[in-house]
Structures are given as structure tokens and as C-alpha cells.
Design a binder for this molecule. Structure first.
Ligand SMILES: NC(=O)c1ccc[n+]([C@@H]2O[C@H](COP(=O)([O-])OP(=O)(O)OC[C@H]3O[C@@H](n4cnc5c(N)ncnc54)[C@H](O)[C@@H]3O)[C@@H](O)[C@H]2O)c1
Length: 341
């Protein structure tokens, strides 16, 4: 067996906990060797249980020879520059979604990774659960895909980190933070094609941030295929459903975990995953964070994997650019409402 990959974690905030928990038990594949956070105490808290080194400076950590790969879990606006620094230092990179703020940045990263022979992967965690993986493997049997409907509606009572509130309406909120999950699913099932047409409506219902917190997206793909995506940060009764219309029937993924074909359950999650799927936090996510690490390790070792990488990952950010532009063009007045004092 190859030596475990030495991993550097950058950004030791909320989501880093899910990654660190997932790394427990994967020691033969990946080992945390260092952490970086602008808050050194946060870097130290993450590092100590792993016996890893802690830094508040990315450059110093990237100079460590024992670092083979880096996970970027910092605020979205830092992803592109930190990924570029990691690639320049010769490290493989897994970037939490979104890969970058703009398609141009994402494509430049993909070019750089390609030229250096390094893996640049985007952290589209939700690809890595059994319902999605089985759907992707089975869909060739179900005949041509005509239409996809995705609803992914959750509730956040205001910013979950200070940088959520700092993002401008032009930079986007839910279209940058949450749309990558749903649009990655659509791109995954649509294959190599990008949409021919992109339409979008967006709105802001909460006053604690500047960007849109609700959006509907309509995509027209080659071959008369179409997709709709509804995302929300305003739904207290969490709703997560994917419906796919094929020539021979309907596939559904309920609560992100239960795959049905024409009503028959094909995949159900492990015991204890769907605790209360209609509540925030009522679905345990650890199993597919762990699977994402296995897939990333396979990618680095040149084996088959399910991570979106390189230009395939950058395509999603190009799509998000198009969605943001469409939403601003149609619905700026709904994104920038005047709230009563
Ligand atoms: N895959 C998922 O399901 C998922 C879920 C939540 C968040 N995310 C993504 O993960 C990323 C982090 O989100 P979060 O909710 O953990 O945010 P967070 O604010 O809780 O954590 C970010 C951390 O980065 C640190 N940081 C800030 N500037 C830094 C710098 N210059 N260098 C190093 N560290 C710096 C902060 O101190 C903080 O500890 C975001 O890009 C978000 O979109 C992904």
C-alpha cells in the first residue's frame, strides 16, 4: 500500500469539523500533518488531536515537504488565491465549494493544475453518497433523460459566519454558497454538456445579509433536456428532493439519501443517517465526507474516482457566473428590497 497522503487543512472553522471527523479511520489513505488559520488558536485546536503542526501563515505550511495535498475550507473569496498558492507549491488541492468566485479564476486554476500534473478537485460533497452514486451508475439503463427537478430548501436564521453578511449582492449569497451543490448534481447527470440557455429569478427575504437567499433557476440543455433548481435559506421544514424523468420512468432522491425508481426503494441510507430530515441538522453527513476523502485519495493516486476535477470542476463556476448574471438581470429589485426599519 502507498504511504498515506500528508494533508494540510486551511481554514479551521465550521465545516472543517466534518472533514476532521471523516479523516478518523482513514489513516492508511490520508493523514493530517498541518493546519492553517488566520486565528492561530483555531489552527491549534484542529491540529492537536492529530499531532499535526499549526500555522497562521499559509506560505510557511506549504513549504513543509510532508504536505502532499491541501484542503481549502476558508471563506469563499479566498479559495482561488489559496488554491493558486498550493498548486504553485506543487500540492494537490481539494477546494470546498465553490472552487472560485468566477469562472475565469476557476479555469486559470484548472490550467495550472493540468500543466503541473496535479489534482485540483472541488468539494461537491453530496456527490459522494450512495443514492447519487447508484443513480449515476444506473441511469444508462433507464433511457434518455428528459427533465430534472431539484429542490433544496433549508433554514438559516441569518449569517452563519461574519463573511456571509459581508458578501455584496453582486458577489451573491445562496448562489455562491448553496447553488454549487444543486447545480453540481444537475451537471453530473447532464454529463459533458453545458446548458444552452440559463434563466433565473432570485430574491432576498432576510435583512441580515446583502445577497439573495432564495432562487429559482431554469436550464435548457442540448437534446431538448431541461432542469429546474429551487434553493432557499428560508424554509424551516427542510425540503430536499431530486426528481429525474427518463424515457422509462421516474427516479427520485428523497431527503438526499433515498433513491427510488418508479416508487420502489433502490437505496436507503445507513441506520442513523436520517434522524429527522425535516429539521436542520437532522441528517448526518459524515459518511459522505469520508467517501469524498477516499475518492480524492484515489484521484491523487491516478485511480478511478468520482471527484469533479480540473476543467470539469471549473465548468460549474462558469455556470454559476451565468446564473448570477441572469438573476441580477431579472430580479435586482427583489434581491435589494427596502426592509422596514
Ligand atoms: N461541502 C459542504 O457541504 C460545505 C458546508 C459548509 C461550508 N462549506 C464551505 O466551506 C468553506 C468554509 O465555510 P465555513 O462555514 O467552515 O466558514 P467559517 O467561517 O466557519 O470557517 C472559515 C475559517 O477560515 C479562517 N480564515 C479566514 N481567513 C483565513 C485566511 N486568510 N487563511 C486561513 N484561514 C482563514 C477563519 O478564521 C475560519 O476559522 C466555505 O467555502 C463554504 O462554502 C462547504
Amino acid at each position: 500500500m502507498a504511504d498515506p497522503l500528508g494533508l494540510l487543512l486551511v481554514g479551521c472553522g465550521r465545516i472543517s469539523g466534518a472533514h476532521l471527523a471523516a479523516l478518523q479511520g482513514l489513516e492508511d489513505d490520508i493523514r493530517l500533518v498541518a493546519t492553517v488559520d488566520s486565528d492561530l488558536a483555531a489552527a491549534q485546536r484542529a491540529a492537536v488531536p492529530f499531532g499535526a503542526l499549526a500555522f497562521d501563515d499559509l506560505g510557511a505550511a506549504l513549504a513543509l515537504p510532508q504536505v502532499d495535498a491541501i484542503l481549502i475550507a476558508s471563506p469563499n473569496g479566498l479559495h482561488a488565491a489559496q488554491a493558486a498558492a498550493a498548486l504553485a507549491a506543487g500540492k494537490h488541492v481539494l477546494v470546498e465549494k465553490p472552487l472560485a468566485e468566477t469562472g475565469a479564476e476557476a479555469r486559470a486554476l484548472a490550467d495550472e493544475a493540468g500543466q503541473r500534473g496535479l489534482v485540483l478537485a472541488a468539494g461537491h460533497t453530496y456527490r459522494h453518497n450512495a443514492a447519487v452514486a447508484t443513480l449515476v451508475d444506473m441511469m444508462p439503463q433507464w433511457g434518455p433523460l428528459r427533465a430534472v427537478e431539484v429542490s433544496s430548501c433549508v433554514f438559516w436564521d441569518g449569517p452563519q459566519a461574519p463573511w456571509w453578511a459581508e458578501r455584496t449582492a453582486e458577489e451573491g449569497l445562496i448562489l455562491s454558497l448553496f447553488a454549487p451543490h444543486s447545480l453540481d448534481f444537475v451537471q453530473l447527470v447532464m454529463g459533458a454538456d453545458d446548458p444552452l440557455r440559463v434563466q433565473a429569478e432570485a430574491a432576498r427575504w432576510q435583512s441580515g445579509w446583502q445577497g439573495e437567499d432564495e432562487a429559482m433557476i431554469l436550464l435548457g440543455y442540448p437534446g431538448r433536456r431541461m432542469a429546474s433548481v429551487h434553493i432557499s435559506y428560508n424554509q424551516r421544514s427542510v425540503f430536499d428532493r431530486k426528481v429525474l424523468h427518463f424515457a422509462s420512468g421516474v427516479a427520485e432522491i428523497e431527503d438526499g439519501e433515498v433513491l427510488k425508481w418508479n416508487g420502489e426503494v433502490l437505496v436507503a441510507p445507513p441506520e442513523g443517517v436520517l434522524v429527522n430530515p425535516r429539521a436542520m441538522g437532522g441528517r448526518k453527513l459524515g459518511h459522505f465526507f469520508a467517501q469524498q476523502w477516499r475518492e480524492f485519495a484515489a484521484a491523487v493516486r491516478g485511480k478511478p474516482h468520482r471527484c469533479p476535477t480540473g476543467h470539469d470542476a471549473a465548468r460549474l463556476i462558469d455556470l454559476i457566473d451565468r446564473v448570477k448574471a441572469a438573476a441580477r438581470a431579472t430580479s435586482a429589485d427583489a434581491i435589494d428590497p427596502v426592509f422596514a426599519a
